[in-house]
Design a protein around this ligand. Structure first.
Ligand code: ADP
Ligand code: MG
Length: 333
C-alpha cells in the first residue's frame, strides 16, 4: 500500500477520484456530483440525468427472476428522476451478459419494456458486451442512464433544507430490507407476509408523479436507496443542518408491525432498496402535502424536523432517548 493512502468508502472514493475541478471551455452549465440527478442546462431547457448500475450477486440475487430484474433496473433509475421532480423522457441501456440466454433476455426485456411504457420513457440506445469468465463464473451487469425534463431553473437537490422545515417520507420504508433479511435468515418474518415483503423488494414504485407535485414546494429531496438515515444524512450534509426524527411518527406497514422493535429499527432506519422519497419542506405546505396521498396511491408521512446543526440525524424514541442507528448501505463501507 502506498504511504499516503487513506481509507475510503463509496462516497470518499467518488470525491477523491471523480469530482473534477478543471476549467472546461464552452461547457453546458450543470450541477453535478452529489445529487440524485445532475441538471444540464441546454438552451432554454433543463435536462435531469442519472446513471445507476445493477450487478448480479450485489444488487440482485443470482437466482432472481429476470422479469423483475428488468423492471427494477429501470425503476431504480426512474426513482432518481422522481427525487429531482423530473419527468422521464429517455433512457440508455448498457448490459454485460455471460451468454445469450434467450429465455433470460426475453423475460428481462419484458420487465424493462413494461416499466418503460408505464413511465412513458423510451429506450434510445446503449451498449452490449460479453462478460468475462472468471474462475468458471460470469455475471450480468446492467447499467442504465435515464434522462428527464425540468422547467428551466427548477429541480430538487439534496441541498436547501432549512432549520424549521418538516421532514416527510412516502410509503412505508424498511419493507424491502425485511425481504432481504428473511432470505439471509437474519430477520424472522411471518410466513404470510413473505409475498408482500418480496414484492416491495422486487418491484419498487418510482414516485414520479409525487416528485413532480412537490417540485415547487420542497426545499430538498432524495430517494431512499441506501437506507432512510443514510439518505437523509446526504440531505443534511449537503444542506449543513441536523434532523430530529421521531420513531413513533415513522410509517410502518402492517407486516412491519409484526416484527420485533429491534428488527423494525434495523429495516426502517438502515435498510435500503425502498425507492421511496424523503424530502423536507416548509411548515406552511403541510396541508398541501397531506393532500398528495391521492397522487401517491400511498401515504405521505411527516416524520420530524430540521434543526440547526452540523449534518447528522437524531432518532428520538417514545421515551425521549436517542436510538443508535446501524450504518446504512455503502459499497466499500
Ligand atoms: P444514487 O444512490 O442516488 O444513485 P449514488 O449514491 O450512487 O446516488 O451517487 C452519489 C453521487 O455520486 C451522485 O451524484 C452520482 O452521480 C455520483 N457518482 C457516483 N459514482 C460516480 C462516478 N464514478 N463518477 C462521477 N460521479 C459519480
Ligand atoms: Mg438516488
Amino acid at each position: 500500500m502506498e504511504k499516503d493512502q487513506i481509507t475510503l468508502d463509496e462516497f470518499g472514493l467518488i470525491d477523491r477520484f471523480f469530482v473534477q475541478s478543471f476549467d472546461f471551455k464552452n461547457r453546458w452549465p450543470f450541477q453535478g456530483v452529489g445529487d440524485d440527478c445532475a441538471f444540464l442546462d441546454v438552451g432554454d431547457r433543463r435536462i435531469a440525468v442519472s446513471a445507476d448500475m445493477m450487478s448480479q450477486s450485489t444488487h440482485f440475487l443470482d437466482e432472481a427472476d429476470p422479469y423483475t430484474v428488468g423492471r427494477k433496473a429501470l425503476a431504480v433509475n426512474l426513482s432518481d428522476l422522481a427525487a429531482a421532480g423530473a419527468t422521464p423522457k429517455a433512457f440508455f441501456l448498457s448490459i454485460s451478459l455471460p451468454k445469450i440466454d434467450q429465455q433470460w433476455l426475453s423475460e428481462f426485456s419484458r420487465g424493462l419494456n413494461e416499466e418503460s411504457l408505464r413511465y412513458n420513457c423510451p429506450l434510445c440506445g446503449g451498449d452490449t458486451t460479453k462478460a468475462p469468465l472468471v474462475r468458471g463464473q460470469s455475471k450480468y451487469t446492467i447499467a442504465i442512464t435515464v434522462m428527464g425534463e425540468l422547467p428551466l431553473g427548477q429541480g430538487l437537490t439534496r441541498r436547501g433544507a432549512l432549520p424549521g422545515d418538516d421532514i416527510w417520507v412516502t410509503g412505508t420504508p424498511g419493507d424491502a430490507y425485511a425481504a432481504l433479511g428473511d432470505i439471509w435468515g437474519q430477520i424472522k418474518i411471518h410466513p404470510d407476509d413473505r409475498l408482500y415483503f418480496q414484492s416491495r423488494m422486487n418491484l419498487p414504485t418510482p414516485r414520479i408523479k409525487f416528485g413532480e407535485a412537490i417540485r415547487d414546494i420542497a426545499h430538498a429531496s432524495a430517494d431512499i436507496s441506501d437506507g432512510l438515515c443514510g439518505d437523509l444524512n446526504h440531505i443534511l450534509q449537503s444542506s449543513k443542518v441536523t434532523a430530529k426524527v421521531y420513531w413513533d411518527w415513522l410509517p410502518k406497514s402492517e407486516a412491519m408491525c409484526r416484527l420485533t422493535k429491534e428488527e423494525q429499527q434495523r429495516c426502517i432506519l438502515s435498510g435500503g432498496d425502498d425507492y421511496e422519497l424523503i424530502f423536507v419542506a416548509p411548515k406552511m405546505y403541510r396541508e398541501r402535502i397531506q393532500k398528495l396521498n391521492d397522487i401517491l396511491g400511498s401515504q405521505v408521512t411527516r416524520i420530524g424536523f430540521v434543526v440547526e446543526g452540523t449534518g447528522s440525524v437524531q432518532i428520538i424514541d417514545s421515551n425521549g432517548s436517542e436510538i443508535s442507528v446501524l450504518p446504512s448501505f455503502n459499497h466499500f463501507g
